[in-house]
Write a protein that binds this ligand. Sequence first.
Ligand code: SF4
Length: 349
Amino acid sequence: MTVPLDDFLGGLYRTFGPPKAMGESAPASDRPHFFLHRNFLGEQDLAILFNTKRCRYQCKFCALPFKSSREWIPKEGVLAQFRYVLEEDKHALGVLERVTIANEGSVFDQTTFPADALIQITAATRKLPRVRKIVLESRLEFLRAEQLKEIAQNSGKQLDILTGFETLDEDLRERVLGKREPLDVFLRGLDVVAEADCELTAYVLFKPDPVMTDEEAWAEAESSIDYLHEHCAARGIPLTIRLNPMYVAHDTQWARRAEKVENYQPPQLSDIITLAERKRAQGIAVYLGLTSEGLSDEDKTYRAREDFTRQLLKQGIVMNGDGSVSSRHHLLPLVEAGDPTPEPLLESK
Ligand code: SF4
């Protein structure tokens, strides 16, 4: 019997649209872990999670390395993954405005992502004339200004470095998160981002320590966003924040820490939305990390809190599709916090 049309369409949407499942390992070395053609802050983005050798770090809160290969995946495999995604998305290539390249780690770590594959993939995007920006995920210590400039020149695109900042608290960074990236190392990386004329997209964690109250989590996340704003603005780096409500990732040291906290509560989505709205009203581009990437149980995420509703989630999804605040707004004077008339938003440079 033929499947009713609305069921058919609903099934396609769930399988290939924004609700597409993440978290599974790629089935072969010529397939990526994940890709999605999505609306990102008002732009058409093709996001690809390449399947490469796993990240060499073991941050205490992160389960991503577990799903990646222990073995080196050569250039040919990585290029085959890119070709596969292009084939899958071929009817929509003409509308793409951004390409996001990630590998559950650092694409500039040449011991995991073959350097020549990265050069070829980024240079090939020159064939997509509407694409304005390439987003590359990496820890900042792997960045080299000369290499970034070469990629920008060969592709003809603006580069945006996507990185996990997480928190400005040195103690939380080391003791609770195990980042092994002191703030001075991060700031030296920012100098390279500026030297190469790149933009920055940074993850900030909401409630990076399970012992935090909701109020402490709010204050800490806001301070982290303000710190990033200050240091990026001083260097003229356009900034976008991804505000990530902390979730308990399976089998991590952070999960064991959370288990020991009596009445541990994940963050509230309403707090995250309100903080994002507040920072947007000041002129800082913020979007929300609404997915736990298939690495957590629902009852260990914001969905377990009493404020959670489908309507609230929808509000967050709509915010993520809204391009009303650009990464360059924050380079102009910010609107005062609490200003009752923050509109109209500042013009882009
Ligand atoms: S947070 Fe980043 S650097 Fe740390 S283990 Fe996860 S992927 Fe690696």
